[in-house]
Write a protein that binds this ligand. Sequence first.
Ligand SMILES: C[S@@+](CC[C@H](N)C(=O)[O-])C[C@H]1O[C@@H](n2cnc3c(N)ncnc32)[C@H](O)[C@@H]1O
Length: 279
Amino acid sequence: MLSYRHGFHAGNFADVLKHCVQVEIISYLQKKEAPFDYIDTHAGAGSYALASDMAQKNCEYMNGIGRLFKISELPGLQNYLRLIEGLNPEGALQQYPGSPLIAAQMLGPQDKAWAFELHPSDAEKLRQNLPRGRQYQVREEDGFKGLSSLLPSRARRALVLIDPPYEQKDDYQRVVDALKLIHRKMATATVALWYPVVERRRIDALEKQLVATGIRNIELFELGIRGDAEGHGMTSAGMIVINPPWTLRGQMDQLLPQLAADLSADGGSHYRCVTLAAE
Ligand SMILES: C[S@@+](CC[C@H](N)C(=O)[O-])C[C@H]1O[C@@H](n2cnc3c(N)ncnc32)[C@H](O)[C@@H]1O
């Protein structure tokens, strides 16, 4: 059953962390002219109107992009913020981009993107929100399954973003299986996995499973706006990056303490930058 709709959450603190990491990875990949492939296994609708009923229901973006847009001077956020500003040319914050649209803003003509989205209406919106043409392929399929046929990717370089809703509890296992599959088929790919902290023990178990895979070069970046509290929804969120740009750890070491201070909900904010497996 597909009940998750990203429109309720677009632009919240977890999106800020996820998309900031995404922007920094793509910026780094673009320093070389050689093409790369972008694969988004759980793509969403691509763009979200912040005045919509969904976004206004809990106004989650207000403690995310809403706090940072046009105000934040954090150096590590500037690439990300310029991109959001570019998509809001009238100056006010009206639209928040999803991960496939962020990629589309950054990809060069030699790069290619695949976006999987299972929800029929979000898949249709995504088709409308992405540029037309063969460079961007939207697939209304299970991204965990579809991923396999794309690897190893045509270009020798790839970024795979894995961003499931974790509403189905087997998503916690499916992400580990996906990381193992990617490693087996294309060990050099950069993989960015998003996770929410709703029950801390699930993330502790996820980290242990990842370390046990033997995959090397894994960094974890986590931002919490409250202390862990089961039964209170998502209190923190993180990105686990395999084969990150070598610059990413330093950027996050600087950015996360400042973001945690700026987005704290009740004084219980925190962050983690951890090497889960060295190179
Ligand atoms: C967290 S949202 C994605 C947000 C998007 N990555 C972004 O950052 O803007 C997760 C999306 O995955 C979709 N979805 C759920 N299970 C899926 C699956 N097995 N394959 C592809 N899409 C799936 C949901 O409909 C939802 O739109």
